[in-house]
Ligand binder design. Structure first.
Ligand SMILES: Cc1cc2nc3c(=O)[nH]c(=O)nc-3n(C[C@H](O)[C@H](O)[C@H](O)COP(=O)(O)OP(=O)(O)OC[C@H]3O[C@@H](n4cnc5c(N)ncnc54)[C@H](O)[C@@H]3O)c2cc1C
Length: 382
C-alpha cells in the first residue's frame, strides 16, 4: 500500500490518517473546508460507548492519546450519570450492565455522595452512578491535536479541497477527483460525515445516512466539579477546564439538507430545551448565563450504529460513517480503519455488525418510515 486518500478531515478521517502514518503508509487527507469544522469540532466530547464493538479499544486508547498525538486533548476519565427520576436512573443502570459485562466497573452513589461530587445537582435526583470508565475530551483541542500529529508524522492535509468524483480501473479506485486537481491513490477511506451518502452514490453505492442537526449551549464558568463529566436528564456534556458547562441534546432536527450543508445558526427552541434540561439537573446554578451556542450536523444510519466496512467493489474502498458516536470512538475507529486498509480486517474488534451489507434489503423510503423526513421551509419548498 503506497498512498491512501482519506476524504474528510473530521475526527474519523484524521485519526485514520494518524494511524496510517504510524503504519508507514503515505496519506493525504482531503477536506472541503478546514479540519474539525463540522460535527467533530462541535460535539459534546463524550467518549463512553459501551454498546460499540470498539468500546474496549476506545477505553484503552483515550488515556494515552495525549502522549500518542503529542498534544493535549483535555481528556478526563470517568463520568457521573444522574437520574432525576427512577425511570431515568434505571435506563442509566441498563447501560452500566452492558459495560459491566465487558469487565468495566461502576459505583452507585447515594444522594449524599452524589452531592459531594456534584454540589449543584438537584436535591430531588433519584440517584447517580460513578462510571469507573468512559470520559470526555475537548473536541476542538482534540481535532487540532490529530491534525498536527498527522503532519508531524509526515501526512498531508489538503484543506479547502472538495472531492467531486473518482476514477476507477480493474475494480479499484485509481484516483480521487477534486476541485483542485486529481489525486492518484492505492486506496480510499471515505469519512465524510453526512456527505458520505452523496459521495458513495457517485460510485453507485447506497450508504443510508441521514443528516440531522443537534445543538450545544455553553454557560459562563462555574466552580469546578471533581470529574467534570456529569450528565443525565436527556442532555450530555462536560464541564470545561475553565468551568463552563457545555451541554448538548434536544431532539435531532430533521431539516432540509439536500447537500448536507451545515446550518450555522442555532434553533432557539432546541437551545432553550437543552438549557432547561441542564438547569433541571443543576438547579443551584440556574442563574448562570448561557454565553455561547452552536449547531452541528450528525450523520445517522437507520439502526444508529456506525458503518465501518472495507467493500468488495471497489475493493480498495473503506467506508467509515459513525452515526453520532464518532468523536469518542475516533481513536479506536482510526486504528480499526488503518487495519481494514492495510490488512483487510481488524484484529482487535469484531466489526461484522458494522458492515454496509446489513442494509442491503432496506426499503428505499426508510427515512419516511422512520419519521426522519426533512422539514421544508416555505423558502426551500418554493
Ligand atoms: C452537537 C453534537 C453533539 C455530539 N456529541 C457527541 C459526543 O458527545 N460524543 C460522540 O462520540 N459524538 C458526538 N457527536 C457526534 C460526532 O460529533 C460525530 O459522530 C463525529 O464528529 C463524526 O466525525 P466524522 O469525522 O466521521 O465526520 P465529520 O465531523 O462530519 O467530518 C467529515 C468531514 O468531511 C468533509 N467532507 C464532506 N464532504 C467532502 C467532500 N466532498 N470533499 C472533501 N471533504 C468533505 C467535511 O467538511 C467534514 O469536515 C455529536 C455531534 C453533534 C453535532
Amino acid at each position: 500500500m503506497s498512498h491512501v486518500v482519506v476524504i474528510g478531515g473530521g475526527a474519523t478521517g484524521l485519526s485514520t490518517a494518524f494511524w496510517l502514518r504510524r503504519a508507514g503508509v503515505a496519506v493525504t487527507v482531503i477536506e472541503k473546508g478546514i479540519v474539525g469544522w463540522e460535527a467533530s469540532g462541535r460535539n459534546g466530547g463524550g467518549a463512553t460507548h459501551a454498546v460499540s464493538p470498539l468500546f474496549a479499544e476506545e477505553q484503552r486508547l483515550w488515556p494515552m492519546m495525549d502522549d500518542l498525538l503529542g498534544y493535549p486533548t483535555e481528556y478526563q476519565r470517568q463520568r457521573i450519570r444522574i437520574g432525576l427520576s427512577r425511570q431515568q436512573l434505571d435506563l442509566i443502570l441498563e447501560g452500566v450492565t452492558i459495560a459491566r459485562k465487558q469487565g468495566f466497573t461502576a459505583q452507585e452513589l447515594d444522594n449524599k455522595f452524589l452531592r459531594e461530587l456534584v454540589p449543584f445537582v438537584s436535591e430531588h435526583a433519584a440517584g447517580g452512578v460513578l462510571l469507573e470508565y468512559g470520559g470526555h475530551a475537548n473536541p476542538q483541542r482534540t481535532l487540532q491535536a490529530y491534525a498536527w500529529a498527522v503532519q508531524d508524522h509526515g501526512g498531508t492535509i489538503q484543506q479547502h479541497t472538495t472531492v467531486t468524483g473518482f476514477d476507477q480501473a480493474g475494480g479499484n479506485i485509481t484516483a480521487v477527483r477534486t476541485d483542485q486537481g486529481t489525486f492518484g491513490c492505492d486506496a480510499v477511506v471515505m469519512a465524510a460525515g453526512p456527505h458520505t451518502a452523496q459521495l458513495a452514490a457517485k460510485l453507485g453505492i447506497r450508504v443510508p445516512v441521514a443528516a440531522a442537526r443537534a445543538e450545544m449551549v455553553v454557560t459562563e464558568p462555574l466552580p469546578l466539579i471533581r470529574f467534570g463529566g456529569a450528565d443525565g436528564n436527556g442532555v450530555y456534556g462536560r464541564q470545561t477546564l475553565r468551568g463552563n458547562l457545555a451541554y448538548g441534546g434536544g431532539p435531532h432536527e430533521w431539516i432540509d439538507l439536500p447537500d448536507a450543508t451545515t446550518p450555522r445558526a442555532v434553533n432557539s427552541p432546541v437551545m432553550q430545551s437543552v438549557a432547561k434540561r441542564v438547569f433541571e439537573l443543576f438547579p443551584k446554578v440556574a442563574h448562570a448565563r448561557v454565553i455561547r451556542s452552536w449547531a452541528g450536523v450528525i450523520e445517522n444510519t437507520p439502526d444508529g450504529r456506525p458503518i465501518l466496512d472495507r467493500l468488495t467493489g471497489p475493493d480498495n474502498l473503506v467506508i467509515a460513517s459513525m452515526s453520532s458516536v464518532g468523536f469518542g470512538l475516533s481513536p479506536a475507529t482510526g486504528h480499526a480503519v488503518e487495519q481494514l486498509v492495510t490488512q483487510g480486517k481488524c484484529d482487535f474488534a469484531d466489526l461484522s455488525q458494522l458492515k454496509l451489507s446489513r442494509f442491503d434489503t432496506l426499503a428505499p423510503d426508510w427515512q419516511e418510515a422512520a419519521g426522519w423526513v426533512p422539514w421544508k421551509s416555505e423558502e426551500s419548498a418554493a
